[in-house]
Design a protein around this ligand. Structure first.
Ligand code: SAM
Ligand code: DTB
Ligand code: SF4
Length: 342
């Protein structure tokens, strides 16, 4: 979608916007299901990057202790528990700038992924920057989706992070797409951005080819000690508008109402589900911060007449739309591939 189209939608009277989003939602997701995803931080803290919102950057004093990569058996125990609790997706996060093929830590991650992928849940990882070889190996080990957020607009990104660029993020996303993994890519509201930045972020996301399989919409969890700790709280109706235009702009994506739910009322979350959210992080912890109790989440779904999505072991990575150029730009290996992408 173009910025102008997103802008027009965003500024509709709220109920008109909700009506449009609801129609798109019902056409694409008619069953009223919500996907429950469990997050686990397999390598916490001590990160070299300076993302201004993050509890895990080594540059800020946030109270998060740096830890080693978790042992496989401990991860498996948490993954089995997540499955028994009803999750259909297990997302493992690592506080790294990125990973390199051939290193002991990457081999250990591949080993973890191979085992987790036997449990019949979607396997998502978020490990920072990837090259094409790392992406290929992760896909081969059993990763279904790679999470790598663009977080905000290209213009606002340098005010939030200086140790890597927006284009670095796009390049990792391209490598994940080329390797055949689904891409989970979204952002954070509340980083001091304006409405135009939010719309520009959605313009980028909605032009991905193939489209992102899921779009996490986080609201900033303020972390004391980080530069963005004092940012203004996101207004409920602005959040609902963003969820609604995400649903309209990327109709086939899971829209995941992500970080920040612990600060949201039940009514706010209900509006987000109505506007098009159909996935949440489930379980009492995100990576380093807290999330609502599972029992509370299940109770809200029940009250709203929504149900948790069952597992879908046949899930495949989305394919490219043939009539559109690859985006982010692909790196074709042969002339034939280049011709197919032009
Ligand atoms: N290091 C990897 C990376 O940067 O992609 C993976 C982990 S990183 C913590 C994953 C995502 O979590 C970030 O891109 C951001 O969208 C989200 N996130 C991190 N801290 C957050 C916070 N305090 N509030 C909201 N979202 C946050
Ligand atoms: C995403 O977009 N949000 C999740 C997941 N992808 C990795 C992470 C949220 C982290 C919230 C802050 C914390 O717990 O440290
Ligand atoms: Fe590191 Fe990721 Fe946190 Fe940035 S968001 S500091 S890359 S863990």
């Amino acid at each position: 979608m173009t910025f102008a189209e997103l802008h027009r939608l965003y500024h509709l009277p709220l109920f008109e916007l909700l009506k449009k989003a609801r129609a798109v939602h019902e056409e694409n997701w008619p069953e009223g299901k919500v996907q429950l995803c469990t997050l686990l931080s397999i390598k916490t803290g001590g990160c070299s990057e300076d993302c201004g919102y993050c509890a895990q950057s080594a540059r800020y004093t946030t109270g998060v202790q740096a830890e080693r990569l978790m042992e496989k058996e401990d991860v498996m125990e948490r993954a089995r528990a997540a499955k028994n609790n009803g999750s259909t997706r297990f997302c493992m996060g690592a506080a790294w700038k990125g990973v390199r093929s051939g290193t002991a830590k990457f081999d250990q991650v591949l080993d973890i992924v191979r085992d987790v992928s036997t449990l019949g849940m979607e396997v998502c990882v978020t490990l920072g920057e990837l090259g094409s070889e790392e992406a290929r190996q992760l896909k081969e080990a059993g990763v279904t989706a790679y999470n790598h957020n663009i977080d905000t607009s290209p213009d606002h990104y340098p005010s939030v992070v200086t140790t890597h660029t927006f284009d670095d993020r796009l390049s990792t996303i391209r490598h994940a797409q080329d390797a055949g993994m689904s891409v989970c890519c979204g952002g954070i509201l509340g980083l001091g951005e304006n409405v135009e930045d939010r719309l520009k972020m959605l313009e980028v996301l909605s032009n991905f080819n193939p489209p992102p399989e899921s779009v996490p919409i986080n609201t900033l969890v303020p972390i004391s000690g980080t530069p963005l700790a004092g940012s203004n709280q996101v207004d409920t109706f602005e959040l609902v508008r963003v969820i609604a235009i995400t649903r309209i702009a990327i109709p086939g994506a899971k829209v995941r109402l992500s970080a920040g739910r612990n600060q949201m009322s039940r009514e706010t979350q209900a509006l987000c589900y109505f506007a098009g959210a159909n996935s949440i992080f489930y379980g009492e912890k995100l990576l380093t911060t807290s999330n609502p109790q599972s029992t509370q989440d299940l109770a809200l779904l029940r009250e709203l007449g929504l149900t948790a999505q069952e597992p879908d072991p046949s899930l495949e990575a989305p394919s490219r739309m043939p009539e559109r150029a690859c985006y982010p730009a692909c790196t074709p290996a042969t002339q034939a591939e280049a011709a197919a992408c032009s």
